[in-house]
Design a protein around this ligand. Sequence first.
Ligand code: M6R
Length: 369
Amino acid sequence: EKGGYDWFMLKEIAEQPRAVADTLLGRLGEAGELVLDEVRLSYEDLRGIDKVFVVACGTAYHAGLIAKYAIEHWTRIPVEVELASEFRYRDPVLDRSTLVVVISQSGETMDTLMALRHAKEQKAQVLAICNANGSTIPRESDAVLYTHAGPEVAVASTKGFLTQVVACYLVGLFLAQVRGVKYADEVAAIVEDLRALPDAVATVLESMEPVRELARSLAGENTLLFLGRHVGYPVALEGALKLKELAYIHAEGFAAGELKHGSIALIDQGTPVVVVVPSPRSRGSVHGKVVSNIQEVRARGARTIVIAEEGDEDVVPYADHLIRVPRTPTLLAPVVTTVPLQVLACEIAATRGLDVDQPRNLAKSVTVE
Ligand code: M6R
């Protein structure tokens, strides 16, 4: 069943180009429009939305954090992202003009289900992004957009995550389309860029041998730090979570801009720091700022592991290890930059002799609150 791989997780990582392609299949029209008739929310209701909440747990929450950047940029609707386990305990402001997007691979996560029930009680419209057909969360939601990742067996989510991120893009672009688009040209161009994602993921997967080698050299570490900015920040959080759950190594993800506000004190001689570098084309010179961060941590002794797109030469002098990913539009970059972090965590865990598919203390779906 593992298709020749040692672990389901490796198989599922390898399936990502296909999973992403299947999640896009039939949903991108010829003229750059979104075809999401399956999302059974009335256009009138969608036009009336003045606020979006994205609610999820764990890795799905990280997909939600990425969704915020994309949905706000494309639609200009304010988006809040919240951990499902916190959501209903703080009396969020919800009404009919609120869209609550719940994200769950399994569709059975109790925290997310309880958040969704709370949202419905408050009369919000609930759209589920889910991978498991007919599971509880989509059944109780007003509408559903399925990810087509196929069954995910490994406890650590990989293809589930990538397809959730893609589904979030589809939701954002669909909302933009229904409501009238501010950046019409940009949205049409992004639809073309989405079509290129499966090949981009395949390209990343082809060049993972150096990452595996690097992982083997990191297996004895006690702590790893992950830095990112803009959509790279949730990617850093996801990289850290993968490492914690698989390798039982302390790992933390930081927003690179927060470094100087405290966390830089953690950097010691040899501390491995993974940096997810934004595209040099990103807004507001964040690229240059992250390059400075790499310089700063390295000057304090860090061993820098840099994930940067092809052609970004600015990072070269400061990277102890450089992992290249294909050039991808800023908002879509998480679909490619997450992949090396999955491989890294998986290989570190395997080197440590751990059960990659079934980490200690964890269950595939968490059906208690
Ligand atoms: O099935 P769900 O997407 O609702 O699961 C949410 C989290 O429990 C899940 O993503 C968890 O964090 C994974 N173990 C991460 O790899």
